[in-house]
Ligand binder design. Structure first.
Ligand code: 13P
Length: 256
């Protein structure tokens, strides 16, 4: 199975800065066939970066898009417009859920729109600190997972990548904490158990599950060896070229 190393640049880098970063990254990293390196720049940079990128080495992701393909939706970008530019789209990131009030229904429609347009959805799920404190972690995981997959057919479920990102572990969260490998292992088990219950053993074992939350080159190895984890979704550390490329090297070492 491939290991995914996905950098979510969030609202950082101008188009020019993104291009320079990508240029340096492409020079720095080898072509590892079994490691899928993906970066998610601002939507504004996708067009130019899609011309610049070496798709053997890495792929592009959108950070978000709207679920309708066209129409009177001022300010939105559709998955159909992204088709051909990106291979992946991050959907339902906690910043979309909590800052922009996206609910599971909206997330589900976006997952379906991505699949319809041949873009692999990276469906983000994860509990907040208070949900964890109240013992609601497994319910939240189940609701967000099943909610997010509810608009696609069973045959398409294995086209989705799940990213487990506990909100309390995201570096930009106030007083963020570091998730322990055991905590992640427990949540990944819950994810796969739910998938197995609804979609069967095969789908549950074939779906890739990524972890995200304060990942850096020092802890990446420990996170990548958590049973059931197939990759990492990286925010802050993906903005630092040396960190991001070191994480890719760690992934290669873990795989060897
Ligand atoms: P950090 O790696 O900065 O914690 O961000 C995680 C994240 O939100 C990636 O989508």
């Amino acid at each position: 199975m491939k290991t995914y190393i996905v950098g979510n640049w969030k609202l950082n880098f101008t188009v020019g800065e993104a291009s320079i970063y990508l240029h340096k990254l492409l020079k720095k990293i080898p072509n590892y066939r079994d490691i899928e390196v993906v970066v998610a720049p601002s939507a504004l940079a996708l067009q130019s970066l899609s011309l610049q990128i070496d798709r053997h080495k890495m792929k592009l992701a959108a950070q978000n898009a709207f679920y309708r393909d066209f129409g009177a939706f001022t300010g939105e970008i559709s998955f159909s417009q992204l088709r051909g530019l990106v291979d992946y789209a991050i959907i339902g990131h906690s910043e979309r859920r909590y800052i922009f009030k996206e609910d599971d229904k909206m997330v589900a429609k976006k997952v379906a729109a991505a699949i319809r347009n041949k873009i692999t959805p990276i469906l983000c799920i994860g509990e907040t600190e208070s949900e964890r404190a109240f013992g609601e972690t497994s319910d939240v995981i189940r609701d967000q997972l099943m909610g997010g997959l509810s608009e696609i057919g069973d045959d398409d479920v294995d086209k989705v990548i799940i990213a487990y990102e506990p909100v309390w572990a995201i570096s930009s969260t106030k007083a963020a904490k570091i998730a322990s490998p055991d905590e992640i292992a427990d949540s990944v088990k819950i994810i796969r158990r739910n998938l197995e219950e609804i979609y069967g053993k095969k789908v549950a074992s074939e779906i890739s599950v990524l972890f995200g939350g304060s990942v850096n080159s020092s802890n990446a190895g420990a996170y990548l060896t958590v049973p059931g984890v197939n990759g990492l979704l990286i925010g802050g550390s993906s903005l630092i070229l040396s960190e991001f490329s070191d994480i890719i090297e760690v992934a290669k070492r873990v795989q060897a």
